[in-house]
Design a binder for this molecule. Sequence first.
Ligand code: DP6
Length: 334
Amino acid sequence: MTGFAGQAKAHTNIALAKYWGKSDLLLNLPAVPSISLTLDSLFTETRVQFVQGLRSDVVRLDGKAARGKERDRMVRVLNRVRKDHRLELFAVVESTNHVPTAAGLASSASGFAALAAASVCAAGGTIRPRQISRLARWSSASAARSVYGGFVQLNAGQPGDDALCAKPLHGPGFWDVCLVVAKTTQARKKVGSTEGMERSRKTSPYYAPWVNSAGRWTRAIRSGIRNRDLAVVGEAMEQSTMAFHACTLTSEPWFSYWNGTTLDVLSKIRDLRDVRGVGVYATMDAGPHVKALCLRRDAKTIQRVLARVPGVESTLVAGPGPDMAVQRIAPFHD
Ligand code: DP6
């Protein structure tokens, strides 16, 4: 083995103001602004080392060789780092997700953020969070937000503007909110988020109104966070969520990420709020699981209630998480 290894740890995030749709497919620029919360207990650790004598990249994900599209997306990041640092060596990549499959949460945001940081570090580059965010965005726009802890914003991109990166709004200690995740039964997702966004953009009559309204919800969420006002954040988050899912339902052909249990959990959350006066608001991403935003003091009660909804397989509570961490490791010798 030669050269230093780069090791990075990045936490996953959940959007409060949703990203759905691209303004530039090639540069992977979002058509709308988004705001997310980085989560504490869910993260990816990735180690990259550029090595002499390899004939292709060796990419291992959770101990298994990565294949197909998954591998191609990771190799694209390595290619970009090789080009930027004029490196010709192939790499060994080991990536481990500490996002329990039981959580039903995607690990691509934390995965691409950790891969981007570890690759730049292994190539001998200086770690500049803005540049790591930009590199991560190129693979998966939600990954751009996982570079920072706490509350993070990614603006909409203007076509051709490859400089776009996320910016931190408030650190993890700013506001002690939680997300209670209710995992509902799931068959493998039929429509990936990139494909779903493109189908929405091309065919849904609701797509243009969604893009026009997204800024308003993002601004409300940003000011709600600044004032630590759960109702303002929660109401705008639900509107943003429902409007993006409305695009999927009105696409041609239509599709939906929800199942029956998603709707049952949603109505339980409304009951908790409207009947029992608990401050709790729902959001869903490109999958059937429901994430409930609340203050930490209410999280245990909400978790208990959601765990009892028939069809909920498991639940977990996550709070605000930290910035990514990167480390350069001395080479190990054969
Ligand atoms: C619904 O970041 O996975 O979770 O940029 O095409 O990789 P690509 O999409 P991705 O989309 C995430 C969509 C979402 C909302 C969000 O996280 O903002």
